[in-house]
Design a protein around this ligand. Structure first.
Ligand SMILES: [Fe+2]
Ligand SMILES: [Fe+2]
Length: 375
């Protein structure tokens, strides 16, 4: 029989309350291991394995609420064979008109993909448990991480085919500097890294593809065009999807969510958290199911069920068209606060649209070409 407010506490051999046992390896455990792995090939391989196991259901839980995971590292482990320079000191890549320039472009792309692997696992490890994100959040970013690892692997292999290798040239650390500025807010992380930066990748990739093609490197052009470009659209889509979701479940306490209509907040009033975290502990309050877990659960199946119950359940299908303007307004506020400078046109409107990233989201944040000409 269930006690008021939760299940009966489990009794240990000495008659006292039995501590919840650690569950088997979780997705967040894997994410932390990958972030601690310096070798970029091994980082991609472990990421592919973890994502595949998660998506096949072989890793049953995203995290263990009874044993909160440690914080992810401020900076993921990186190979010392890749020399990192400040962005201002990184050699110019050129426009692909020479074999040397095309190698530099390819090296830069591989570097970006390797950082993207870390970014994808960082969002899982840093925010997934703390904000009790639903299972679909872990699904989406495990898929993104798996894609990014594959992108790094094919570009790194292409570098070797061309007689070079990842690490042969210096690279810059600007991507992670940007990520660190949003390490306290999932809303800001999604807006800047997973919407603005992913969409910027979509803007520039067609030009990069044509530069390889014009230089006679059809093989690299095809890799970018057929493998990487379509998947990058889905990454931007994940950023937009989860930004919208977080707005949907935001609470009044988040100043960045002040423009979210009360109707949206009321739809998900049982959810305790917005996108801002102040510490590294999982909060197990404000929800009967999660509180029940903390009072005593020692069976694996029961643990799985209770974690499932404890995760946020808000559905994006509850979202109404008239709420979109408020979400977009919040997006503008967050990007203006966390992204340095205006967004740069021209935009790849078609690819952005395919990702659900409509002009209303980004055009008000842009410098108009005409304004740039007047300066
Ligand atoms: Fe990628
Ligand atoms: Fe991506």
């Amino acid at each position: 029989m269930e006690a008021a407010g939760g299940a009966e506490p489990a009794e240990g051999a000495a008659g006292g309350r039995e501590e919840p046992q650690p569950v088997s390896r979780t997705l967040v455990d894997s994410a932390l291991e990958i972030l601690d792995t310096a070798d970029p090939d091994e980082k991609a391989r472990l990421g592919d394995l973890a994502a595949a196991q998660w998506l096949r259901g072989e890793i049953p839980l995203p995290y263990d609420p009874a044993h909160p995971p440690r914080s992810p590292p401020d900076r993921p482990a990186r190979s010392t064979e890749v020399r990192l320079l400040p962005p201002s000191r990184t050699p110019k890549l050129g426009k692909g008109g020479s074999a040397q320039s095309r190698l530099a472009l390819l090296h830069s792309l591989a570097h970006t993909e390797s950082w993207a692997v870390d970014l994808s696992w960082d969002i899982v490890a840093r925010f997934g448990a703390q904000l009790r994100m639903p299972r679909e959040f872990f699904d989406d970013f495990a898929r993104v991480a798996q894609d990014e690892g594959r992108h790094f692997t094919v570009l790194s292999a292409r570098l070797r085919e061309l007689g070079s290798q990842y690490g042969a040239l210096p690279a810059h650390d600007g991507l992670w500097d940007s990520a660190m500025r949003t390490s306290h807010s999932l809303l800001a992380r999604l807006a800047v890294e997973h919407c603005v930066h992913e969409a910027r990748g979509l803007d520039v990739l067609p030009t990069t593809i044509s530069r390889f093609r014009a230089g006679g490197d059809e093989q690299t052009a095809k890799l970018l065009e057929d493998v990487i470009y379509p998947e990058e659209i889905t990454h931007c889509a994940a950023g937009v999807r989860w930004f919208r979701y977080l707005c949907l479940r935001s609470c009044n306490s988040d100043p960045t969510a002040s423009s979210i209509p009360q109707a949206i907040i009321a739809q998900c009033s049982e959810l305790p958290r917005d996108g801002t975290i102040n510490d590294n502990k999982i909060e197990v309050v404000g929800d009967g199911q999660t509180a029940r877990f903390t009072q005593g659960s020692n069976g694996h199946d029961k643990t799985v069920q209770l974690v499932e119950d404890g995760m946020a359940q808000c559905k994006l299908s509850d979202f109404r068209d008239e709420d979109e303007a408020a979400v977009i307004h919040t997006f503008h506020s967050v990007v203006r606060e966390y992204f340095r400078g205006p967004l740069k046109p021209p935009f790849n409107t078609e690819a952005r649209k395919a990702a659900g990233f409509e002009p209303a989201w980004y055009e008000p944040l842009a410098v108009k070409e005409v304004e740039k000409q007047e300066v």
